[in-house]
Design a protein. Structure first.
Length: 69
């Protein structure tokens, strides 16, 4: 369950960064009236990235696959 939550947060963060390149911050548009909530979203995305960085190899089927010879 934690893997799916962190995956969704990473997708949200990645999409937001892609949109920032076009001068559009989706998180700010959605929750900009509540700066504390906006900061919390960014914090959760950052924590999700750390979680995935440290646990990815255990949950990734591609990383676990043996190379074909």
């Amino acid at each position: 369950m934690m893997h799916m939550i962190s995956f969704v947060l990473l997708v949200i963060g990645g999409l937001n960064w892609g949109l920032v390149a076009f001068k559009f911050n989706l998180v700010n548009v959605l929750v900009g009236k509540w700066p504390t909530l906006e900061m919390l979203v960014y914090l959760l995305v950052g924590l999700a990235a750390l979680y995935e960085a440290f646990t990815h190899k255990k949950t990734c089927k591609m990383c676990d696959a043996k190379p074909a010879m």
